[in-house]
Design a binder for this molecule. Structure first.
Ligand SMILES: Cc1ncc(COP(=O)(O)O)c(C=O)c1O
Length: 340
Protein backbone atom coordinates (compact mmCIF):
# COMPACT_ATOMS: atom_id res chain seq x y z
CA UNK A 1 0.00 0.00 0.00
CA UNK A 2 1.15 3.57 -0.69
CA UNK A 3 0.12 6.18 1.85
CA UNK A 4 1.11 9.58 0.54
CA UNK A 5 0.88 12.29 3.20
CA UNK A 6 3.30 14.75 1.57
CA UNK A 7 0.66 17.33 0.64
CA UNK A 8 -3.02 17.94 -0.01
CA UNK A 9 -1.96 19.20 -3.45
CA UNK A 10 -1.35 15.60 -4.59
CA UNK A 11 -5.01 14.77 -5.09
CA UNK A 12 -6.29 13.64 -8.48
CA UNK A 13 -9.75 14.70 -9.73
CA UNK A 14 -12.54 12.28 -8.84
CA UNK A 15 -14.61 10.74 -11.69
CA UNK A 16 -17.49 13.11 -10.86
CA UNK A 17 -15.17 16.12 -10.98
CA UNK A 18 -13.78 14.96 -14.33
CA UNK A 19 -17.34 14.57 -15.60
CA UNK A 20 -18.04 18.20 -14.63
CA UNK A 21 -14.86 19.31 -16.40
CA UNK A 22 -15.65 17.40 -19.62
CA UNK A 23 -19.10 18.91 -19.85
CA UNK A 24 -18.04 22.52 -19.19
CA UNK A 25 -19.04 25.27 -21.60
CA UNK A 26 -15.97 27.37 -22.37
CA UNK A 27 -14.80 30.52 -24.17
CA UNK A 28 -11.79 32.84 -24.23
CA UNK A 29 -11.38 34.16 -20.70
CA UNK A 30 -8.99 36.97 -21.66
CA UNK A 31 -11.95 38.30 -23.69
CA UNK A 32 -14.11 37.73 -20.58
CA UNK A 33 -16.08 35.16 -22.58
CA UNK A 34 -15.65 31.94 -20.63
CA UNK A 35 -19.03 31.41 -18.95
CA UNK A 36 -17.69 28.78 -16.55
CA UNK A 37 -14.82 30.98 -15.36
CA UNK A 38 -17.29 33.85 -14.96
CA UNK A 39 -19.61 31.59 -12.95
CA UNK A 40 -16.75 30.41 -10.70
CA UNK A 41 -15.58 33.97 -10.07
CA UNK A 42 -19.12 35.13 -9.26
CA UNK A 43 -19.64 32.16 -6.94
CA UNK A 44 -16.39 32.74 -5.04
CA UNK A 45 -17.05 36.48 -4.68
CA UNK A 46 -20.57 35.84 -3.35
CA UNK A 47 -19.31 33.21 -0.90
CA UNK A 48 -17.13 35.84 0.80
CA UNK A 49 -19.58 38.73 0.37
CA UNK A 50 -17.33 40.62 -2.06
CA UNK A 51 -17.99 42.19 -5.47
CA UNK A 52 -15.59 40.26 -7.66
CA UNK A 53 -13.01 37.50 -8.00
CA UNK A 54 -10.18 36.57 -10.35
CA UNK A 55 -9.32 33.00 -11.37
CA UNK A 56 -5.55 32.45 -11.17
CA UNK A 57 -3.41 29.43 -12.06
CA UNK A 58 -1.85 29.12 -8.59
CA UNK A 59 -2.02 30.29 -5.00
CA UNK A 60 1.38 31.91 -5.35
CA UNK A 61 0.18 34.00 -8.28
CA UNK A 62 -3.04 34.97 -6.47
CA UNK A 63 -1.08 36.10 -3.38
CA UNK A 64 1.56 37.97 -5.36
CA UNK A 65 -0.99 39.77 -7.54
CA UNK A 66 -2.98 40.57 -4.42
CA UNK A 67 0.06 42.03 -2.67
CA UNK A 68 1.21 44.01 -5.71
CA UNK A 69 -2.21 45.60 -6.17
CA UNK A 70 -2.16 46.82 -2.54
CA UNK A 71 1.43 48.07 -2.58
CA UNK A 72 2.94 51.42 -3.40
CA UNK A 73 6.71 51.02 -3.06
CA UNK A 74 8.72 52.01 -1.12
CA UNK A 75 6.72 50.54 1.71
CA UNK A 76 6.53 47.64 4.13
CA UNK A 77 4.38 44.56 4.53
CA UNK A 78 3.79 42.93 7.92
CA UNK A 79 3.49 39.14 8.05
CA UNK A 80 4.69 36.26 10.18
CA UNK A 81 8.05 34.55 9.79
CA UNK A 82 6.18 31.31 9.11
CA UNK A 83 4.04 32.74 6.32
CA UNK A 84 4.00 31.20 2.85
CA UNK A 85 4.15 34.61 1.13
CA UNK A 86 7.49 35.25 2.86
CA UNK A 87 9.04 31.76 2.93
CA UNK A 88 7.90 29.98 -0.19
CA UNK A 89 7.03 32.47 -2.91
CA UNK A 90 10.56 32.90 -4.26
CA UNK A 91 11.08 36.38 -2.79
CA UNK A 92 8.14 37.61 -4.86
CA UNK A 93 7.22 40.38 -2.40
CA UNK A 94 10.53 42.15 -3.10
CA UNK A 95 10.71 41.18 -6.76
CA UNK A 96 7.17 41.98 -7.88
CA UNK A 97 6.14 44.68 -5.42
CA UNK A 98 9.43 46.28 -4.29
CA UNK A 99 8.29 46.08 -0.66
CA UNK A 100 10.30 45.28 2.46
CA UNK A 101 8.93 42.85 5.00
CA UNK A 102 8.55 43.26 8.77
CA UNK A 103 8.25 39.82 10.35
CA UNK A 104 6.25 38.91 13.43
CA UNK A 105 7.19 35.87 15.53
CA UNK A 106 3.73 34.81 16.58
CA UNK A 107 2.89 31.45 18.16
CA UNK A 108 2.13 28.92 15.37
CA UNK A 109 1.89 31.81 12.89
CA UNK A 110 -1.29 33.24 14.47
CA UNK A 111 -0.89 37.03 14.94
CA UNK A 112 -2.48 39.15 17.63
CA UNK A 113 -3.27 42.87 17.11
CA UNK A 114 -0.29 43.79 19.34
CA UNK A 115 2.11 41.92 17.01
CA UNK A 116 1.01 44.31 14.26
CA UNK A 117 0.83 47.45 16.41
CA UNK A 118 4.46 46.99 17.53
CA UNK A 119 5.66 46.86 13.91
CA UNK A 120 3.86 49.77 12.31
CA UNK A 121 6.18 52.30 10.65
CA UNK A 122 4.65 55.74 10.28
CA UNK A 123 4.79 57.64 7.01
CA UNK A 124 6.16 60.62 8.96
CA UNK A 125 9.27 58.66 10.00
CA UNK A 126 11.86 59.71 7.40
CA UNK A 127 14.02 56.63 7.99
CA UNK A 128 11.52 53.83 7.64
CA UNK A 129 9.48 52.23 4.88
CA UNK A 130 5.87 53.10 5.74
CA UNK A 131 3.66 50.15 6.66
CA UNK A 132 1.03 49.58 3.97
CA UNK A 133 -0.20 46.04 4.19
CA UNK A 134 -0.71 43.12 6.60
CA UNK A 135 -0.87 39.52 5.34
CA UNK A 136 -2.38 36.77 7.50
CA UNK A 137 -2.46 33.03 6.71
CA UNK A 138 -5.47 30.95 7.82
CA UNK A 139 -4.86 28.07 8.27
CA UNK A 140 -1.13 28.53 8.76
CA UNK A 141 0.72 25.73 6.99
CA UNK A 142 4.00 26.06 8.93
CA UNK A 143 2.00 26.42 12.14
CA UNK A 144 0.64 22.89 11.61
CA UNK A 145 -2.68 23.95 10.10
CA UNK A 146 -3.31 26.38 12.97
CA UNK A 147 -6.48 28.53 12.78
CA UNK A 148 -7.48 32.05 13.75
CA UNK A 149 -10.38 32.70 16.13
CA UNK A 150 -12.98 34.98 14.51
CA UNK A 151 -12.75 37.54 17.37
CA UNK A 152 -8.99 37.83 16.82
CA UNK A 153 -9.51 38.47 13.11
CA UNK A 154 -12.16 41.10 13.88
CA UNK A 155 -9.78 42.90 16.27
CA UNK A 156 -7.00 42.84 13.68
CA UNK A 157 -9.42 44.22 11.08
CA UNK A 158 -10.38 47.06 13.43
CA UNK A 159 -6.73 47.93 14.05
CA UNK A 160 -5.89 47.87 10.34
CA UNK A 161 -8.82 50.17 9.56
CA UNK A 162 -7.71 52.59 12.30
CA UNK A 163 -4.11 52.57 11.04
CA UNK A 164 -5.07 52.65 7.35
CA UNK A 165 -3.37 49.33 6.60
CA UNK A 166 -4.71 47.02 3.91
CA UNK A 167 -5.37 43.46 5.03
CA UNK A 168 -4.86 40.41 2.78
CA UNK A 169 -5.62 36.80 3.67
CA UNK A 170 -3.62 33.92 2.29
CA UNK A 171 -6.58 31.58 2.47
CA UNK A 172 -5.02 28.66 0.63
CA UNK A 173 -6.71 26.49 3.28
CA UNK A 174 -9.44 28.86 4.48
CA UNK A 175 -12.13 26.20 4.06
CA UNK A 176 -10.24 23.97 6.49
CA UNK A 177 -10.41 26.83 9.02
CA UNK A 178 -14.09 27.48 8.25
CA UNK A 179 -14.98 23.82 8.77
CA UNK A 180 -12.83 23.49 11.91
CA UNK A 181 -13.90 26.74 13.59
CA UNK A 182 -17.49 27.01 12.43
CA UNK A 183 -17.36 30.62 11.25
CA UNK A 184 -18.83 31.55 7.88
CA UNK A 185 -17.08 32.64 4.69
CA UNK A 186 -19.08 35.89 4.85
CA UNK A 187 -17.65 36.61 8.32
CA UNK A 188 -14.18 35.99 6.92
CA UNK A 189 -14.88 38.27 3.95
CA UNK A 190 -15.85 41.10 6.31
CA UNK A 191 -12.40 40.96 7.93
CA UNK A 192 -10.25 41.41 4.82
CA UNK A 193 -9.71 43.68 1.83
CA UNK A 194 -8.60 40.72 -0.26
CA UNK A 195 -8.58 36.96 0.05
CA UNK A 196 -6.80 34.27 -1.94
CA UNK A 197 -8.28 30.79 -1.83
CA UNK A 198 -6.86 27.56 -3.29
CA UNK A 199 -9.01 25.02 -5.09
CA UNK A 200 -6.11 22.62 -5.61
CA UNK A 201 -5.38 21.77 -1.98
CA UNK A 202 -7.97 20.15 0.30
CA UNK A 203 -10.71 20.83 -2.26
CA UNK A 204 -9.02 18.48 -4.73
CA UNK A 205 -8.95 20.24 -8.13
CA UNK A 206 -6.00 19.80 -10.51
CA UNK A 207 -5.17 23.52 -10.37
CA UNK A 208 -6.48 26.97 -9.63
CA UNK A 209 -6.88 29.68 -7.03
CA UNK A 210 -9.07 32.75 -6.74
CA UNK A 211 -8.31 36.26 -5.61
CA UNK A 212 -11.39 37.92 -4.11
CA UNK A 213 -12.09 41.59 -3.34
CA UNK A 214 -13.85 44.78 -4.33
CA UNK A 215 -14.61 45.53 -8.01
CA UNK A 216 -11.95 48.21 -8.63
CA UNK A 217 -9.29 46.22 -6.81
CA UNK A 218 -10.01 43.05 -8.82
CA UNK A 219 -10.00 45.08 -12.04
CA UNK A 220 -6.49 46.26 -11.14
CA UNK A 221 -5.54 42.65 -10.30
CA UNK A 222 -6.82 41.42 -13.67
CA UNK A 223 -4.34 43.71 -15.40
CA UNK A 224 -1.50 42.50 -13.14
CA UNK A 225 -2.45 38.87 -13.87
CA UNK A 226 -1.96 39.62 -17.58
CA UNK A 227 1.37 41.28 -16.77
CA UNK A 228 2.43 38.10 -14.93
CA UNK A 229 1.47 36.00 -17.96
CA UNK A 230 -1.50 34.51 -16.15
CA UNK A 231 -4.24 35.44 -18.65
CA UNK A 232 -5.87 32.13 -19.58
CA UNK A 233 -8.06 31.14 -22.52
CA UNK A 234 -10.51 28.19 -22.30
CA UNK A 235 -9.88 27.92 -18.57
CA UNK A 236 -13.50 26.93 -18.01
CA UNK A 237 -12.53 23.25 -17.97
CA UNK A 238 -10.50 23.98 -14.84
CA UNK A 239 -13.08 26.39 -13.45
CA UNK A 240 -15.69 23.61 -13.72
CA UNK A 241 -13.54 21.52 -11.38
CA UNK A 242 -13.49 24.50 -9.00
CA UNK A 243 -17.28 24.89 -9.03
CA UNK A 244 -17.64 21.17 -8.42
CA UNK A 245 -15.16 21.33 -5.53
CA UNK A 246 -16.90 24.29 -3.86
CA UNK A 247 -20.22 22.47 -4.10
CA UNK A 248 -19.08 18.97 -3.06
CA UNK A 249 -15.72 18.99 -1.30
CA UNK A 250 -15.97 21.57 1.48
CA UNK A 251 -18.00 19.63 4.06
CA UNK A 252 -15.86 16.52 3.70
CA UNK A 253 -12.78 18.39 4.99
CA UNK A 254 -14.07 17.42 8.45
CA UNK A 255 -13.12 13.81 7.60
CA UNK A 256 -9.55 14.89 6.82
CA UNK A 257 -9.41 16.73 10.15
CA UNK A 258 -10.71 13.73 12.07
CA UNK A 259 -8.11 11.45 10.48
CA UNK A 260 -5.32 13.95 11.13
CA UNK A 261 -6.32 14.29 14.79
CA UNK A 262 -6.43 10.52 15.30
CA UNK A 263 -3.08 10.13 13.53
CA UNK A 264 -1.50 12.96 15.56
CA UNK A 265 -2.73 11.48 18.84
CA UNK A 266 -1.26 8.06 17.98
CA UNK A 267 2.15 9.28 16.84
CA UNK A 268 2.56 11.57 19.85
CA UNK A 269 2.92 8.34 21.88
CA UNK A 270 5.84 6.99 19.79
CA UNK A 271 9.15 6.78 21.66
CA UNK A 272 11.10 8.70 19.00
CA UNK A 273 8.58 11.52 18.62
CA UNK A 274 9.47 14.43 20.90
CA UNK A 275 6.42 16.54 20.18
CA UNK A 276 3.40 16.85 17.88
CA UNK A 277 2.08 20.36 17.13
CA UNK A 278 -1.58 20.84 18.12
CA UNK A 279 -3.72 19.32 15.33
CA UNK A 280 -6.62 21.61 14.41
CA UNK A 281 -7.14 20.73 10.74
CA UNK A 282 -5.51 18.41 8.17
CA UNK A 283 -1.81 19.01 8.95
CA UNK A 284 0.24 17.04 11.46
CA UNK A 285 3.77 18.22 12.28
CA UNK A 286 5.89 15.87 14.36
CA UNK A 287 9.25 16.71 15.93
CA UNK A 288 11.65 13.77 15.92
CA UNK A 289 13.94 12.95 18.78
CA UNK A 290 17.55 14.21 18.45
CA UNK A 291 18.97 10.69 17.84
CA UNK A 292 16.89 10.24 14.69
CA UNK A 293 18.53 11.34 11.42
CA UNK A 294 15.65 13.05 9.61
CA UNK A 295 16.69 12.16 6.03
CA UNK A 296 17.28 8.48 6.89
CA UNK A 297 13.95 8.36 8.70
CA UNK A 298 12.04 9.77 5.73
CA UNK A 299 13.81 7.47 3.26
CA UNK A 300 13.04 4.40 5.37
CA UNK A 301 9.45 5.54 5.77
CA UNK A 302 9.08 5.99 2.00
CA UNK A 303 10.63 2.58 1.28
CA UNK A 304 7.85 1.15 3.45
CA UNK A 305 5.19 2.95 1.42
CA UNK A 306 4.60 6.01 3.63
CA UNK A 307 5.52 9.41 2.28
CA UNK A 308 5.91 12.63 4.28
CA UNK A 309 8.02 15.79 3.86
CA UNK A 310 10.78 17.40 5.94
CA UNK A 311 9.46 20.63 7.46
CA UNK A 312 12.41 22.19 9.31
CA UNK A 313 15.05 20.78 11.66
CA UNK A 314 13.75 17.43 12.99
CA UNK A 315 10.24 18.35 11.81
CA UNK A 316 8.17 16.09 9.56
CA UNK A 317 4.84 17.08 8.01
CA UNK A 318 1.98 14.69 7.29
CA UNK A 319 -1.14 16.01 5.51
CA UNK A 320 -4.48 14.23 5.20
CA UNK A 321 -6.55 14.80 2.06
CA UNK A 322 -9.09 13.46 -0.41
CA UNK A 323 -6.79 10.65 -1.56
CA UNK A 324 -5.94 9.16 1.85
CA UNK A 325 -8.44 7.24 3.94
CA UNK A 326 -8.60 5.43 7.27
CA UNK A 327 -6.81 2.37 5.81
CA UNK A 328 -3.90 4.57 4.69
CA UNK A 329 -3.70 6.09 8.16
CA UNK A 330 -3.78 2.69 9.88
CA UNK A 331 -1.16 1.34 7.49
CA UNK A 332 1.09 4.35 8.16
CA UNK A 333 0.66 3.95 11.92
CA UNK A 334 1.73 0.31 11.70
CA UNK A 335 4.86 1.27 9.77
CA UNK A 336 5.66 4.12 12.16
CA UNK A 337 5.21 1.90 15.23
CA UNK A 338 7.80 -0.55 13.86
CA UNK A 339 10.35 2.18 13.22
CA UNK A 340 11.25 3.03 16.82
C1 LIG B 1 -0.47 28.62 2.78
C2 LIG B 1 -0.16 28.54 1.32
N1 LIG B 1 -0.31 29.63 0.57
C3 LIG B 1 -0.07 29.62 -0.75
C4 LIG B 1 0.35 28.47 -1.38
C5 LIG B 1 0.69 28.53 -2.86
O1 LIG B 1 -0.11 27.74 -3.64
P1 LIG B 1 0.43 27.19 -5.08
O2 LIG B 1 1.23 25.98 -4.77
O3 LIG B 1 -0.84 26.90 -5.82
O4 LIG B 1 1.22 28.28 -5.70
C6 LIG B 1 0.54 27.31 -0.63
C7 LIG B 1 1.00 26.06 -1.31
O5 LIG B 1 1.28 25.07 -0.71
C8 LIG B 1 0.27 27.33 0.75
O6 LIG B 1 0.44 26.25 1.53
Amino acid sequence: MLSDFRSDTLTKPTPAMLEAMFSATVGDDVFGEDPTVNALEAKAAALFGKDAALFCPSGTMANQIGIKAHSNAPGELICDKLSHVYLYEVGGIAFHSGMSVNLTEAELGILKPTDILERINLFTDMHKAPSQLVVLENTCNKGGGSCYELENLQEIRKLCLEKELRLHLDGARIFNAIVAKGYSSIEIGECFDSISICLSKGLGTPMGSLLIGDRDYIQKCRRIRKLFGGGMRQAGFMAAAGIYALEHHVGRLAEDHQLAKAFGAEISGLSYVEEVFPVETNIVIAKLDKQIVQTEFLTKLASNGVKAVPFGPQLVRFVTHLDVNEDNVNYALNVLKKMG
